[in-house]
Design a protein around this ligand. Structure first.
Ligand code: BG6
Length: 460
């Protein structure tokens, strides 16, 4: 934690959008419930809603995505205000400055299309809104390495680094933080966590839904920018980094940056891209779109610890199920003692991040009886059905609260963002062929070829 003063207003750009509806209103109610939000919340958007309609939208959002708490919601409604107007119109920002009144340390949250970031930031600065302020930028931060650098340069002309919060909601998830915690709070993993014992690592982020209602955003983004450059590379950084010297934010982010820099830039022959068949008929999607909704890829980490261990990622929309798994597969035991040795993939550590949260260790035990045959078993070391097991602290609630108090530990630092872009940059500029796939399956068959010599994708 830092000793910076807390923000005294929260301004949310894009209050009528999808992110606010699905995640932010429920997070705001949760912050009120835990007495962590007691400052004005000002929504900004181009669409003009009446006060009553905005409050109704917040109510509908919370009812649909969480449980409405009448007392907390009433309090939230009393904090809620708005400024409507075009983002390219200076008058919108003059009204915002007036609406901010005496607030001296507002937090601006930009959940608007990335192409609007420069306009909004410039107007915020010109209207005198930015002194003492903090800014939260939704992912993806930039569209590639070059634009991420330009965006950062622009932000740094207005905000100091410790006032910039590059949000990636995966870092706010309990289960993701537990990757790092579990690794470094226990001694038994460390001797195994290297190229001598790990055969391969697989990360699957499968989503059964398509791009429902987000076609226009998605068609500008695609799977690599949407979840791989950020969520899944952040996961790899926690999984593969060296032990930080402490929980000091920069100690953790230094190690993340270091390990990401040792990942080789991705080449098209280690990548399979797919697009689900009905994607081009989605509202907001170009009829000839070449944007991938699926990717499977193999990364190599050039480090003493990980040399030669493939890290596979598979992510996509419209797949057979919704599940996010991190599977660390250990090398098989040599088949010298028992005739029937455990097969490849029998020993593993699996972190399930969603829909349930669990850590499982795969092992082989003897089948009861006279022979020496084995059977697979799983040791379950933690489980739960919610992402915020125990605390019920959702990722946006956690991250909004942290940004308002100036704690950047769970936000991406610029060098981490740039290292992640450097990995995917070559295939953004020169992508692999795009293969069509049917909804309800596991993406193009070529994705299976990538992992064929490592026993296939775990859990299919
Ligand atoms: C978002 C992506 O960042 O993460 C979405 O834009 C994706 O496309 C979502 O569906 C997944 O988040 P979660 O928390 O549901 O795993």
């Amino acid at each position: 934690m830092t000793d910076h003063p807390a923000s005294d207003a929260l301004v949310f750009f894009g209050i009528t959008g999808d992110l606010a509806y699905k995640k932010i209103f429920p997070a705001l109610q949760a912050l009120v419930q835990r007495e962590r939000l007691n400052v004005p919340v000002i929504g900004v958007a181009r669409s003009q809603l009446s006060d009553a309609d905005l409050i109704e939208r917040a109510r509908a959002s919370i009812t649909e995505h969480d449980t409405l708490d009448p007392a907390a919601f009433q309090k939230l409604s009393s904090l809620l205000g708005h400024v409507w107007g075009d983002y390219s119109d200076a008058a919108t920002f003059t009204r915002l400055r007036e609406r901010l009144g005496n607030a001296k340390r507002p937090l601006f949250y930009l959940a608007v299309p990335p192409s609007l970031f420069p306009t909004v930031v410039q107007h915020l600065a010109d209207s005198g809104c930015t002194a003492g302020a903090r800014i939260v930028i939704e992912k993806p931060f930039g569209r590639d390495l070059q634009s991420a650098r330009s965006l950062n340069t622009l932000l740094r002309t207005v905000f100091p680094e410790d006032s910039i919060f590059r949000i990636d909601h995966y870092l706010g998830k309990e289960a993701v933080q537990n990757l790092m915690y579990f690794r470094f709070a226990n001694t038994f993993l460390e001797p195994l966590w290297n190229r001598h014992y790990v055969d391969s690592v697989q990360i699957t982020m499968a989503e059964s839904m398509g791009v429902a209602g987000r076609g226009a955003f998605y068609d500008e983004t695609g799977v690599i920018r949407d979840v791989i450059q950020n969520h899944l590379l952040q996961i790899i950084s926690y999984l593969a980094m060296e032990a930080p010297s402490s929980t000091w934010p920069e100690a953790i982010r230094d190690e993340q940056a270091k390990v990401l820099r040792t990942i080789r830039p991705l080449s098209p022959e280690h990548l399979v891209l797919g697009q689900f068949r009905s994607y081009r008929q989605e509202p907001g999607v170009a009829p000839d779109s070449r944007v991938p909704t699926f990717a499977a890829l193999q990364l190599a980490i050039d480090s003493w610890r990980w040399e030669g261990v493939p890290f596979f990622i598979r992510a996509g929309k419209c797949l057979a199920e919704s599940r996010t798994d991190v599977m660390v597969e250990l090398k098989p035991a040599p088949p010298v003692v028992f005739q029937q040795a455990a097969p490849r993939g029998a020993n593993y550590v699996r972190f399930r991040l969603s829909p349930d949260v669990a850590i499982n260790i795969g092992a082989y035990t003897k089948v009861p009886g006279e022979g020496m045959a084995g059977q697979p078993v799983e040791l379950s070391v933690a489980s739960g059905t919610r992402q915020g097991v125990g605390t019920r602290l959702g990722p946006y609630e956690r991250l909004l609260g942290d940004a308002m108090t100036g704690d950047a530990t769970l936000f991406a630092r610029q060098d981490v963002v740039e290292a992640a872009w450097a990995i995917v940059d070559p295939v953004i500029k020169d992508p692999a062929a795009l293969l069509e796939y049917d909804c309800g399956g596991w993406g193009p068959a070529d994705a299976d070829q990538l992992v064929a010599s490592f026993g296939g994708w775990a859990g299919r």
